[in-house]
Design a protein around this ligand. Structure first.
Ligand code: 0RA
Length: 649
């Protein structure tokens, strides 16, 4: 009797659990953004990262050295690895196979394998069940114990219990999923480039693993487009890749790898002849765009060690002022990668590491690494300290320029730039400012705009290439001063020039409007480079946009329509039939005020592209390449991509 009751109890418990699981999966489908960030391009690609992360975990546990991603013809994705294979035996508590638990229970992840070292995990560590919930079809194949095991799911629900599907002598896991179009309503096409960049990045962050990607949608010379990445030197190679278009100051990358306070820390860095600072930080293979305690620890270790060395070397004796934190990082490219068991992510995009203990772990690691290096390489040490002193001197010399910008921006007494045609609206959230190349296009924009909420700031010709200019040149540049004052953005102290004050930002939409040709895109890139290096927060906060003026006007009689690319133009020509004419806009200046308003500025009809730095590593490389000394790759890039497909989404 009592046994009977207990059985029932268990039964109820089991079904209650499974109801909960179901609810979990339904919750994912109802609120996908809570799990994968968004349901746009980013979320779509996030699904792949989530599945690959599971295989990376298996590799980090030492059981797998090959991971492949295929983009299939129907835009489904297959991820395979040669690990142990997800266990298929019956999970005691759940009464179904472990595979089914992993695939259908939210947060089941690797819970039944506590001892293995699991730190990778997706951005939110949500696990493959989330991918399953958001796929209209998913097939899991497991190669294990001499057999192939298979289970299929729809929208996260198993279609049948796991079954065998033949024999094998391999081991591993193969997951094929097709994102549900009723969830990913706008974007379904995977970007080979985005996924390939991620695979390359993962190969640098996890040396020794062979990561490959194949695009089964595209053939070149009869073969699918495919790449294989394997890094033997890890972060060292990553630094060389990042600095491909920069000139190194020292002969090799400085690097270290080890464990501090139980936290695996890897650091690599090099100084180059540029004036920009390029720090990239990772936690469990995730790029922490907003930095955090690991980055703070890196800065602390770097500053204190270099300062100590410079002081004791006597090189600073003649310097009459203090060296500031910024000075140690001018022309520095560095990557910090830590593995944290229970990472706490903070910040707007949840990409800022909060764990306090990581700060001193990284700081110690960096100090030790640098102390050794400086001691063993006195020539490099001198080059580095010289560079730091030069940066400090330049900063000191730039004081006047900086103070001028500060005065003009901090105190509104300086007034707005004369060239700015401001709008009448006072609420920044509703205000837009168009940065327009050239005075004549500026004039047209001024006539065409809605002066209630749209302001126009004309910029003269090519603006300064900040990638190649020292800081004081940047702060002395009139066009750049105009941007600061018009936007109401104030700059930080001399010690920390990157600290911006955005409280008084006067417009929440800042729109770069340039000609739709190669010159125009070059100018847009120069302006973007300035924002990227000096006002990155504005990009991160989603304040920067690019206007997209049309390329053609197709006319027939009274009928006229705009076209933004050759495809659209041809369609319109066909639609309008015999006797239609084309007008090609070579620049904004060729449009009249009404046309410019209709096509490019009117919120009802325009399309803006929001500038994002989804991939900071790629953005950094692109900017250094576009704006650096190496002319051939820049020309090639600009010619190939008149727009900056790599930078924005
Ligand atoms: C837990 C235990 C075991 C394997 C895995 C997880 C595993 C998960 C994934 C996800 C993608 N590929 C994977 N490969 C393996 C195996 C435990 C054992 O065999 O003893």
């Amino acid at each position: 009797m009592s046994e009977e009751i207990n059985k029932n109890k268990n039964k109820n418990k089991y079904s209650a659990d499974s109801i909960q699981a179901l609810e979990g999966m339904e919750h994912v489908r109802k609120r996908p953004s809570m799990y994968i960030g968004d349901v746009g391009v980013r979320g779509l690609h996030h699904l792949v990262y989530e599945v690959v992360d599971n295989s990376i975990d298996e590799a980090m546990a030492g059981h797998c050295n090959e991971i492949n991603v295929s983009i299939n013809e129907d835009n489904s994705i297959t991820v395979t690895d040669n690990g142990r294979g997800i266990p298929v035996g019956i999970h005691k508590k759940e009464g179904v196979s472990a595979l089914e638990v992993v695939m259908t229970k939210i947060g089941a992840g690797g819970k039944f394998d506590k001892d293995s070292y699991k730190v990778s995990g997706g951005l939110h560590g949500v696990g493959v069940s989330v991918v399953n919930a958001l796929s209209d079809h998913l097939t899991a194949k497991v190669y294990r114990d001499g057999k192939i095991w298979i289970q299929e799911y729809e929208k996260g629900k198993a279609l049948y219990p796991v079954k065998t599907d033949g024999k094998t002598d391999k081991t591993g896991t193969e997951v094929t999923f097709r994102p549900d179009k009723s969830i990913f309503t706008e974007f379904h096409d995977y970007s080979y480039e985005t996924l390939s960049n991620r695979m390359r990045e993962l190969s640098f962050l996890n040396k020794g693993i062979v990561l490959s990607i194949t695009d089964k949608r595209t053939k070149v010379d009869g073969e699918f487009v495919s790449e294989t990445f394997k890094s033997n030197e890890g972060l060292k190679e990553f630094i060389r890749f990042l600095d491909e278009n920069r000139e190194p100051l020292t002969s090799d990358v400085i690097s270290m790898e080890g464990e501090k306070k139980n936290i695996p820390v890897e650091v690599a860095m090099i100084y180059n002849t540029s004036f920009s600072e390029n720090l990239h930080s990772y936690v469990n293979n995730i790029n922490t765009h907003e930095g955090g305690t690991h980055l703070a620890g890196f800065r602390r270790g770097l500053t204190s060690t270099l300062k100590k060395y410079a002081d004791s070397s006597g090189m600073l004796d003649k310097l009459k002022f203090e060296i500031a934190g910024d000075d140690f990082r001018e022309g520095l490219t560095a990557i910090i990668s830590v593995k944290v068991a229970e990472p706490q992510f903070e910040g707007q995009t949840k990409t800022k590491l909060g764990n306090r203990e990581v700060n001193s772990a990284v700081s110690q690691a960096v100090s030790e690494m640098l102390e050794n290096y400086l001691e063993e390489n006195p020539n490099d040490a001198k080059i580095i300290v010289d560079k730091v002193i030069l940066a400090a001197q330049a900063r000191h010399a730039a004081r006047k320029a900086r103070e001028m910008v500060q005065r003009k921006t901090v105190m509104s007494g300086g007034g707005l730039p004369g060239k700015l045609s401001d709008c009448s609206e006072q609420d920044p959230e509703l205000c837009e400012v168009f940065l327009v190349e050239g005075d004549s296009a500026g004039g047209t924009a001024k006539q065409g705009r809605d002066r209630n909420f749209q302001a126009i700031l004309p910029l003269r010709g090519k603006i300064l290439n900040v990638e190649k200019a020292m800081q004081h040149k940047v702060f002395e540049n009139q066009e750049i001063i105009n941007i600061y004052t018009a936007l109401g953005v104030t700059i930080g102290t001399e010690e920390d020039s990157k600290a911006l004050n955005l409280e008084k930002l006067r417009y929440h939409k800042i729109v770069i409007m340039c000609d739709a040709d190669v010159d125009g895109s070059h100018i847009a890139t120069l302006i973007l480079t300035f924002f990227f290096r000096y006002m990155k927060e504005l990009i991160e906060n989603g304040n920067i946009y690019i206007a997209t003026p049309p390329l053609y006007l197709v006319k027939k009689g009274a009928k006229k329509q705009y076209a933004w690319d050759d495809n659209e133009r041809d369609k319109l020509m066909e639609e309008f039939g015999q006797g239609s004419t084309i007008q090609r806009y070579k620049g904004l200046g060729e449009m009249n005020a009404i046309q410019l308003w209709e096509t490019t500025m009117n919120p009802e009809f325009r399309t803006f592209r929001k500038v994002t730095i989804d991939n900071a590593v790629e953005a950094d490389r692109v900017f250094s390449m576009l704006m650096g000394d190496e002319v051939p790759p820049r020309r090639e890039f600009i010619e190939k991509n008149a727009t900056y497909a790599n930078i924005d989404v």
